[in-house]
Design a protein around this ligand. Structure first.
Ligand code: TRP
Length: 356
């Protein structure tokens, strides 16, 4: 992605953030947030700090919100669905425990909303394979699969993600930088749909990414933090499991702890995790640890995470004891999403003269 289009996206993100933080207005009332997760594994501290907390804040500021558990996106780059049911309900648990309120936020899954998936057909007609092959995130994800051939679903999943966003006319999409190419693709699809199939009428408005500022955290093994790699602190861990996971984290052999992201990335990432929960800056925490070394750093990280997630984890455990309630939440969210998707598909059929 070019620096120029990144800058333009950043400007739009700041503009929409200002509307969110501003007074009630017609523009503010028109905002609809759509975000989501791939249920490839348990949600972890990276998700909590970079997105889940932020979703709760948007919801509590009164912004209409949808959260998709993108179950079809699980099989873009792997052969099996894995522990899909566990992972989907794990997401629901973490959302509810974090304060996402199903009365105000629609929580739903891809697979339960046929009309959303059907939008992918007209949308696919609006993109070229060259465009999809150039998508940097698709390229990175393919590269991460060690020689696996590109599947049709991996190549076209940015178009599916466009359907996730446009089916509900989501216009604010909180994401990290890695998902920005998909939002850019969604904007192109919206524009082309309006021009080619709707005679220039705005059926789909172009959504804005809401770029999160949080640093990209490393996993405890020093590689990219990932749900499916088991190299992280999950939201579901107990305090003891957290301590054990942090104890195994890779650091370096320098005695004095300093915050130097370029020179000491693993130490810096641990400091950032602690800072995310503690509220103080990573450099300040480093100064406090000083020559207490890796052991001092790990103790501070463990305490910050366990303290910061104490309420989340106790609510999570209570909710987990009531699977019937979780099913109800998901069923109702899916019903709401279906109603919205059916209405959008009806409009699409009408403008495409497919309303027989
Ligand atoms: N691709 C996103 C991720 O990797 C998950 C996702 C699926 C998503 N559909 C979405 C995010 C729509 C924003 C909007 O986390």
């Amino acid at each position: 992605m070019s620096d120029e289009s990144f800058e333009a996206a950043r400007v739009r993100s700041n503009t929409v953030q200002a509307v969110i933080d501003g007074p009630d207005s017609p523009a503010r009332r028109k905002l609809r947030v759509l975000t989501g997760d791939r249920p490839t594994g348990p949600l972890h501290v990276g998700h909590y700090l970079a997105s889940i907390r932020n979703r709760v804040e948007l919801q509590d500021k009164g912004i209409d919100s949808f959260v998709i558990i993108a179950d079809y996106q699980v099989i873009t780059d792997r052969d099996a669905v894995g522990e899909l049911g566990t992972n989907v309900f794990g997401c629901v648990l973490d959302y509810l425990a974090a304060g996402i309120d199903p009365a105000r936020t629609t929580i739903f899954t891809h697979s339960a909303v046929p009309a959303l998936n059907q939008l992918m057909l007209p949308f696919l007609s609006l993109v070229t394979d060259g465009e999809l092959r150039r998508n940097p995130t698709v390229k990175d994800e393919l590269a991460a699969t060690d020689g696996r051939p590109m599947s049709g679903l991996l190549l076209t999943y940015p178009v599916h993600q466009a359907a996730d966003i446009l089916f509900c006319h989501g216009n604010v999409v909180p994401i990290g930088k890695d998902n920005l190419p998909h939002v850019e693709q969604t904007r192109v699809i919206a524009r082309r749909f309006n021009n080619r199939y709707a005679g220039g009428e705005t059926v789909f408005a172009e959504p804005d990414a809401l770029l999160t500022e949080s640093p990209l955290l490393l996993g405890l093994d020093g590689t990219k933090m990932s749900k499916s790699k088991g190299n992280t602190i999950t939201l579901a861990m107990t305090a003891d499991q957290t301590a054990a996971a942090v104890r195994k984290a890779r650091t370096d052999s320098e005695r004095v702890i300093t915050y130097e992201p370029d020179r000491r990335p693993q130490v810096a990432s641990l400091l950032e995790i602690a800072a995310g929960f503690d509220g103080r800056a990573p450099g300040e925490l480093a100064a406090q640890i000083g020559d207490a070394g890796a052991a001092g750093l790990k103790k501070l990280v463990t305490d910050a995470v366990n303290e910061g997630l104490r309420d989340h984890r106790s609510r999570r455990a209570e909710l987990a004891a009531d699977p019937a309630y979780l099913h109800t939440v998901l069923r109702q969210g899916n019903e709401q999403a279906n109603a919205v998707a059916d209405a959008t598909l009806a409009t699409v059929r009408a403008v495409m003269r497919m309303n027989y």
